[in-house]
Ligand binder design. Structure first.
Ligand code: ATP
Ligand code: MG
Length: 430
């Protein structure tokens, strides 16, 4: 992609409502634009990140044979009345009335819809277990939308729902999903913690949250320095303090702040009971299905990644979700034909080898090219600068550690060699 055609527009200004660094950097890099409180547009640069996150999650869900579907965002009130949540959910539920005075809501989650599908489609225990998932826009009329897409009103979630004949089968799938969630967050490259959690509005027995460790996280996580014990502090009325004996007796309490990016629940028969979702078991008896549900905040992950990884110059993307892998900064590109030809050859050849490259083809100062590349967080740069003009030397620079590696073309030859391409691809792990 050439910068001039990329739709990226960076800015120095941040709005007053941007309190935390991820929100500021998402606005400054032009990833998102605010439309209304808690409602954002994803611009081309931001959408590339969102799609990468989606793909990592989709791959892991497909790997455990979860079936992708897409349910409507607008849901009729009748199903919510059946489950008993139409009255319970409160003002976070955005309610709508159509021209025939029928009541609907914009889905904050989809248990009712999926349970309705399951009770119609699943007749026999032989079809179980079954996992459905979707990646879809949710709406929650949050009391205090803030931190940009971190706590938005409209946001993207991956939600999955599993159906079982009994608790034992649910437990098995829960373990599998637990591992799939870990795979997602490992692949992204997060530092994260899994904690025991509250069941909230959704209800059920066991549940775990996945938290990205970050100082600005809204949740306090309590964990042991010497066992797997980890729990969300909101489960205590009087939470233990750093250094106290751990509630499981295993060692000392440690405390960190986290951003909740995933939440899995054992729902049991909550919804199948109220909505009468039954199947026939081996003995031809009607039994209520047992359910699990599994959410990931797809759009929140983008903000959480920035919150965990940034510096004074901007975003430092983990390569797994970076919008581009490398920026090509070519000083004199617009003025010197030899340099232009060399740069274009390099650009084409990187693309041919599957490298996502952003060529800064703008007629602007090198300083601005460097600062934009750092602001939008691209992990690597190739610099075709003075060293190239004088000595045919390219520089390969790492965003995170600021390390530079020099690559030389042959003496007096400003032609791209196979050797330099090979070296670059090696450095990029291609
Ligand atoms: P929170 O405690 O942060 O309000 P929640 O527990 O209400 O979240 P869940 O119902 O568990 O959220 O939803 C699944 C996932 O969706 C969450 O783990 C989170 O990553 C994401 N999510 C929830 N609310 C929002 C929001 N307002 N904006 C962005 N992502 C959200
Ligand atoms: Mg939650």
């Amino acid at each position: 992609m050439k910068f001039s055609k990329s739709g990226i527009s960076t800015t120095k200004n941040t709005p007053n409502d941007a309190e935390i660094i991820s929100h500021k950097l998402m606005i400054r890099s032009g990833m998102i634009k605010k439309l209304a409180s808690g409602i954002y547009t994803w611009m081309p640069l931001g959408l590339k990140v969102l799609k990468k996150i989606e793909n990592i999650i989709r791959t892991e869900m497909n790997n455990v044979n979860a079936l992708e579907i897409l349910m409507p965002a607008i849901q009729p009130s009748e199903l919510w009345e059946e489950s008993g949540r139409w009255d319970k959910y409160g003002p976070e539920l955005l309610r709508l009335t159509d021209r025939h005075e029928r009541e609907f809501c914009f889905g904050p989650t989809h248990e009712e819809i999926i349970t309705d599908i399951a009770r119609k489609d699943i007749k026999s225990y032989k079809q179980l277990p079954l996992i459905y998932y979707q990646i879809q826009t949710k709406f929650r009329d949050e009391m205090r939308p803030r931190f940009g897409v971190m706590r938005a009103r409209e946001f993207l979630m991956k939600d999955a729902y599993s159906f079982h004949e009994n608790e034992k089968c649910l437990n098995k799938t829960y373990e599998i999903m637990f591992q799939a969630y870990k795979n997602c967050f490992d692949k992204i490259g997060f530092e994260y913690k899994v904690v025991n959690a509250d069941n909230g509005q959704i209800g059920g027995s066991e549940s775990h949250e996945f938290h990205v460790i970050a100082d600005n996280g809204e949740d306090e996580l309590i964990f042991s320095d010497s066992s797997d014990y980890a729990i969300n502090a909101e489960l205590f009325s009087d939470p233990p303090k750093e250094g106290d004996i751990c509630p499981d007796g295993s060692g000392k309490v440690k405390i960190k702040r986290g951003i909740e990016v995933g939440h899995i629940f054992k729902l049991g028969n909550n919804y199948s009971h109220s909505m009468n979702a039954t199947v026939l078991n081996k003995n031809n008896e009607n039994i209520k299905m047992i359910m699990g549900c599994y959410g990931i905040g797809v759009s929140r992950i983008a903000a959480a990644a920035i919150e965990q990884s940034n510096d004074e110059n901007g975003i430092v993307w983990p390569a797994s979700i970076s919008p581009y892998k490398i920026t090509l900064i070519s000083i004199g590109y617009t003025k010197n034909n030899v340099i232009k030809k060399y740069t274009n050859d390099l650009y084409e050849s990187l693309i041919k080898n599957g490298v996502e490259v952003l060529l800064d083809d703008r007629d602007i100062s090198p300083g601005k090219m460097f600062s934009d590349s750092d602001l939008i967080g691209i992990p690597f740069k190739i610099i075709i600068g003075n060293k190239f003009i004088e000595d045919n030397i390219l520089e390969f620079k790492d965003r995170k550690y600021n390390k530079t590696i020099s690559i030389s073309e042959e003496k007096n030859n400003k032609k791209l060699s196979n050797n330099s391409i090979k070296t670059l691809l090696n450095l990029l792990n291609k």
